[in-house]
Design a protein around this ligand. Structure first.
Ligand code: ZN
Ligand code: ZN
Length: 240
């Protein structure tokens, strides 16, 4: 029965059930998340730290949080669209570890709302650079979640993705298994810049799923700055 078969296939490709609450929402067919669940995402709201994007309880004179003033990160600024709390703690692991790549659509809507609300611009940025996975890990997973999000952001901003610029030189333990101090030692020296790449005097934006201690983004930014990048920003789906 071809029509039944087709609807079975399209049900697999475009599940009408919300990935989280499992309710059917035919009006949002093709979307992984229903509008009710999407509304539960807690957006990252101002005042933000201008350096690391962390939400501040109140405005501070120079716009930077205490951590950034004490130990400035290697990146110049960061934007994170949502807070890593509530349903975001389910969505990111699904996107990253459970093959739920259709969530890129949800994160695109999120980024689009965030860019419009604040408004976020990236003047002079030459490319979006997803934080690379080690090739073995990417092969095993079948995709890099940071690249998927970077492509969505590219189509929203018009800034091209360059996923060959930054390379992972060695496998590292998953940062999520480590405490703050271990994260810095684990990631140190884990990135290199492709030798032929033209990064000198360029403004580059690193893209990742989650900003936690800033160790990974900081180390990647350090490598880019060492190769001559003039400005390095960070863009993530969420901030912990
Ligand atoms: Zn739902
Ligand atoms: Zn900060």
């Amino acid at each position: 029965m071809p029509s039944k078969f087709l609807s079975f296939i399209s049900g697999l490709l475009f599940p009408a059930n919300c990935i989280l609450c499992r309710t059917c929402h035919p009006e949002a067919s093709g979307e992984p998340l229903c509008p009710d669940c999407f509304a539960k995402i807690s957006m990252n709201r101002p005042p933000f730290c201008l350096r690391c994007s962390r939400h501040l309880e109140e405005h501070v004179p120079d716009g930077e949080c205490e951590d950034c003033r004490r130990k400035p990160p290697f990146f110049d600024y960061a934007w994170s669209c949502a807070k890593y709390e509530g349903i975001m703690k389910e969505l990111i692991p699904l996107f990253k570890f459970r093959q739920k790549t259709s969530l890129r659509k949800t994160f695109r809507h999120l980024a689009s709302d965030f860019f419009r609300q604040y408004p976020v611009t990236f003047p002079g940025a030459s490319c979006l650079v997803p934080i690379p996975l080690h090739p073995a890990r990417e092969r095993e997973r079948g995709y890099n979640q940071a690249t998927l999000f970077a492509r969505e952001c590219s189509s929203l901003t018009g800034i091209p993705v360059n996923d060959a610029l930054l390379q992972r030189t060695r496998g590292t333990r998953a940062q999520s298994e480590l405490d703050a101090k271990e994260r810095w030692t684990n990631i140190k020296g884990a990135f290199k810049i492709k030798p032929s790449s033209k990064v000198r005097e360029k403004h580059v934006i690193l893209v990742d799923d989650l900003l936690t201690t800033g160790a990974t983004a900081g180390e990647a930014a350090r490598a880019l700055k060492a190769a001559g990048a003039s400005r390095v920003g960070v863009l993530t789906i969420a901030i912990a």
